[in-house]
Design a protein around this ligand. Structure first.
Ligand code: 6FA
Ligand code: ABL
Length: 540
């Protein structure tokens, strides 16, 4: 105490930042509200069949679907009303770990990035060196439970899709499919926790404090003096100070970071007034003359997604993943314990595909598909064989024009205020057309049957009556967008406008939805973001 840099949050953004700042010799404090995840970080939560090993729920890829089927899901943030990980690694401790090297479009001027960000290649190369992707995560190099990939490939082969290794050609995203790629290493969840965190935590100039929630930054006008936490043993009123030239980097996620800003008097006045009315948070606000009006929480996007459920006689639905925690298939469990090979070395997805689509507004939107055994829900009045079910989730991706807003309610719970899916009807039109195109050849794949929607429901009706929350893809970006003064929250150095030394490096600064599931893009962004922070003069 005090610190050169205080990093708030240990998700996809925060861990990269913590590692690179400490590598540069800065005195760094990392604050995380959650506790351990992977066994290597002190995590211990495991099913009975893994007793005697150091493998946890978070380590074992094949336990991914149990994140949604557990009576004590302590890893979810309880004060964010969408799925968000409040644990070491954030979303990367609990996600499906689909991992894509970013295409150039993920950092293009056309997609809202400052020109100085366009050459992401050196930073993406740094990420790849630390965390290579794999599309064959089992330690024996074989692929398991691949029937869903074969069936989906058979469908796409009727439609002139090319079969590629997706991460070998990140910019090729039109009519391609390939095996799902993951951020797993040695058959286990890795991501930034098993890589960046491991080097960061060993450095004597880095302090890691878990189970500590940052409530707000403490500031005098534009100058940030430190952070206020919920732990009064860390300093008077829980406040931890910065060195005179010190900086704070917020990496608390697309919901967590805006809430910290609102509680620091930064954001739209309606949100700060909610804080003002809160008996605990209100008194910590700076005087109204120091409030900083920025579009925090606006410009939010997330992929709208629709599930299509099928059966095929070759598919092994793996009991819809319902047995993997309490009663896994014995041979598969034994194989995984022996050498981290087999079905448990994969998360549920098996194949991914992309195509480009034109809209009547002249814009191009990309459609992504993810195919997996099992299904979150089936709606049909016809009989079907539950042991043969599989899902193709269709996501609308880069190019979507719909935007929403996130904020806080009177309980200070972070939530969507305007849901971001289909606020532009053209997004919906394009997704419907993409689904119809995909389904044209179902009849040409012997044995393939669409069961949700069933054959009494049109695609238009299915999409139009889809429960809005079900459109959520958990890929929130844009709530603290990077961009030009006046319309954005952070500048090209990731510094919050109107402040001297407050930075943001997490999903919230990404201005438009990336091409694929975003944690690879977020880590590549963080490599570039932290390099810019270190290069910006005036710091420690
Ligand atoms: N992304 C992918 O690329 N592939 C996937 O397969 C994938 N799947 C999922 C998924 O299945 C689920 C259920 C969810 C929720 C997300 C998925 N994502 C996937 C998205 C991906 O995980 C997120 O986009 C990514 O993790 C976002 O990275 P960020 O760095 O922006 O934010 P995080 O939420 O990861 O981390 C925030 C951290 O800050 C957490 O550790 C949290 O505990 C901490 N924090 C929040 N508020 C704090 C506070 N006030 N004080 C201290 N710490 C705080
Ligand atoms: C992602 O990127 C999405 O954010 C997740 O929603 C998705 O997992 C994973 N990757 C894997 O594709 C799905 C599960 O497969 C479903 O069982 C679950 O109902 C859904 O997440 C919840 O959003």
């Amino acid at each position: 105490i005090p610190y050169d840099y205080i990093v708030v949050g240990t998700g996809a953004g925060g861990l990269v930042v913590a590692d690179r700042l400490s590598e540069a010799g800065k005195k760094v404090l990392v604050l995380e509200r959650g506790g351990p995840s992977l066994g290597s970080t002190g995590g211990t939560y495991q099913p009975a069949w893994l007793q005697g090993t150091s493998l946890t729920k978070f380590d074992v890829p094949g336990l991914f679907e149990t994140m949604f089927q557990d009576s004590n899901p302590f890893w979810w943030c309880k004060d964010i009303n969408v799925f968000a990980g409040c644990i070491l690694g954030g979303g990367t401790a609990i996600n499906g770990a689909l991992y894509w090297y970013p295409p150039d479009s993920d950092f293009s001027v056309a997609n809202g990035w400052p020109r100085s960000w366009a050459n992401h290649h050196p930073y993406t190369a740094k990420l790849k060196a630390r965390l290579p992707a794999t599309d064959h995560p089992s330690t024996d190099g074989k692929r398991y439970l691949m029937q869903v990939a074969d069936v989906t490939a058979a469908l796409l082969n009727k439609q002139n899709y090319a079969n590629i290794t997706i991460n070998d050609v990140p910019d090729w995203k039109d009519h391609v499919y390939g095996y799902s790629a993951f951020s797993f290493i040695n058959g286990k969840r890795a991501g930034p926790i098993a890589t960046y965190y491991q080097t960061a935590i060993k450095r004597p100039n880095l302090t890691y404090q878990q189970y500590t929630t940052v409530l707000n930054v403490v500031r005098d006008g534009s100058k940030i003096l430190g952070v206020r936490t919920n732990d009064t043993s860390l300093g008077p009123d829980g406040v931890i100070p910065l060195t005179p030239k010190g900086r704070v980097v917020l990496a608390a996620g697309a919901y967590g970071t805006p809430r910290i800003l609102f509680r620091s008097g930064i954001g739209p006045t309606d949100m700060i007034n909610i804080v003002k009315n809160d008996p605990a948070a209100g008194p910590a606000l700076p005087p109204e003359s120091q409030w900083i009006d920025l579009p925090v929480g606006e410009n939010v996007s997330d992929n709208p997604s629709i599930n299509l459920v099928f059966t095929h006689p070759s598919v092994d639905a793996y009991e819809n993943w319902a047995q993997v925690w309490t009663a896994p298939r014995p041979a598969d469990a034994a194989q995984y314990i022996k050498d981290q090979s087999g079905i448990f070395a994969h998360a549920s997805p098996r194949l991914n595909f992309w195509r480009a689509m034109g809209g009547r507004d002249g814009k191009t939107r990309w459609l992504q598909g993810t195919a997996r055994p099992g299904a979150a829900s089936v709606t049909t009045s016809y009989p079907y064989n539950v042991s043969n079910i599989m899902t193709i989730t269709t996501y609308l991706s880069t190019g979507i024009t719909s935007r929403g807003r996130i904020g806080i309610d009177a309980a200070l719970t972070a939530r969507p205020l305007v849901e971001p899916w289909f606020t532009d009807p053209i997004d919906k039109e394009v997704l419907i057309r993409g689904i119809k195109d995909l389904l044209v050849n179902v009849k040409d794949v012997p044995g393939l049957t669409l069961i949700t929607p069933d054959n009494t429901t049109t695609i238009d009706d299915y999409v139009n009556s889809y429960p809005t929350g079900g459109l959520n893809s958990n890929h929130w970006v844009g709530s603290c967008s990077i961009g030009a003064k006046g319309s954005a929250v952070v500048d090209e150095w990731t510094k919050v406008y109107g402040t001297d030394n407050l930075f943001i490096i997490d999903a919230s600064i990404i201005p438009t939805i990336p091409m694929g599931n975003p944690h690879g893009t977020i880590m590549a962004m963080a490599e570039q973001g932290v390099a810019k922070v270190l290069a910006l003069s005036g710091g420690p």
